[in-house]
Design a protein around this ligand. Structure first.
Ligand code: AMP
Ligand code: ZN
Length: 269
């Protein structure tokens, strides 16, 4: 089965989206999210693009121009969120301010802030779903890291579609590339000559994640696919809360599991 067929199958099997819904694709400028948007569009879904300009110098400039070119070529409506304008400083600055108070990894901080922005802006744009470019290797990494931490249940609500959360302020997230190996995504993006930035984010210096990624890269395709097969088999059984109670953050009023959401918790002085 080629990657197009596999992605179609994932969309149908896990009921990720339908053709009436408005899907906001989180476009980073990298291969994964670009392929996600390219294929959703090719399959006839109603998509719009959303890019967060992280204000990180040359790297961000390259990402922004790749996303603009891609959306222009494919006639996809693009929304750009300028983090410096909206939040007062670049992601690098926000991160170092947070790290001066809390010892947290770069990617963890960036991930929390991006998710917060995506949910809020997708809701303002009346999107039904948010699509991200996470691929099988990303998901296998996260699943293994949670196992190594001794907490596989941290993976319980992930999957090709967010599970167990139903709240009008929460926009479900879908990952159409969940079952696609990173190498296959790269090859596809090259075959289709998509305008993509292949460099990794200069701030992705989370040494533990890199170590796990390097370990995964030593495994065969079959073994990596099997990690996700294991995830599918155990994920239903390790779910603790079948119906996650959503509260609204006391500071920003965004949906949260706790009184204060993860993003506000990070930014608290
Ligand atoms: P990452 O955590 O950088 O591996 O990114 C995972 C997914 O988040 C990507 O596939 C995109 O869908 C989304 N994403 C990452 N960075 C951005 C960005 N700057 N703007 C919009 N979406 C992003
Ligand atoms: Zn908050």
């Amino acid at each position: 089965m080629n990657i197009e067929q596999k992605i179609k199958q994932t969309i149908q099997k896990y009921k990720l989206c339908n053709k009436k819904e408005k899907i906001l694709v989180a476009l980073s400028g990298g291969k994964d999210s670009t392929v996600t948007a390219y294929l959703l569009k090719k399959f006839g879904y109603r998509i719009e693009g959303f890019h967060i300009d992280l204000g990180m110098g040359k790297y961000s400039e390259k990402c922004l121009s790749a996303v603009k070119k891609f959306c222009r070529d494919l006639k996809i409506k693009l929304h750009i969120y300028d983090i410096k304008k909206e939040m007062g400083s670049s992601m690098c600055y926000l991160r170092s301010a947070i790290q001066s108070k809390k010892s947290l990894k770069n990617c963890a901080i960036c991930g929390v802030i991006k998710k917060w922005i995506l949910n809020r802006e997708a809701r303002k744009l009346k999107a039904d779903k948010i699509a991200t470019g996470h691929n099988l290797d990303d998901e296998a990494q996260t699943f293994l890291m949670n196992i190594f931490k001794g907490s596989p249940e941290l993976s319980a609500n992930s999957g090709a579609i967010t599970r167990n959360i139903s709240d009008s302020k929460f926009i479900p997230r879908i990952k159409p590339l969940f079952y696609i190996l990173e190498n296959d995504v790269r090859e596809y993006s090259q075959d289709e000559k998509l305008p993509v930035v292949y460099e990794k984010c200069p701030c992705a210096l989370d040494s533990y994640r890199i170590q796990v990624r390097e370990f995964l890269n030593t495994l065969s395709r079959k073994n990596r696919i099997n990690i996700i097969k294991n995830f599918d088999k155990v994920s239903k059984r390790i779910q603790k809360d079948k119906n996650i109670k959503i509260k609204y953050c006391e500071i920003c009023r965004e949906p949260s599991r706790n009184e204060i959401c993860k993003k506000c918790e990070l930014m608290k002085t």
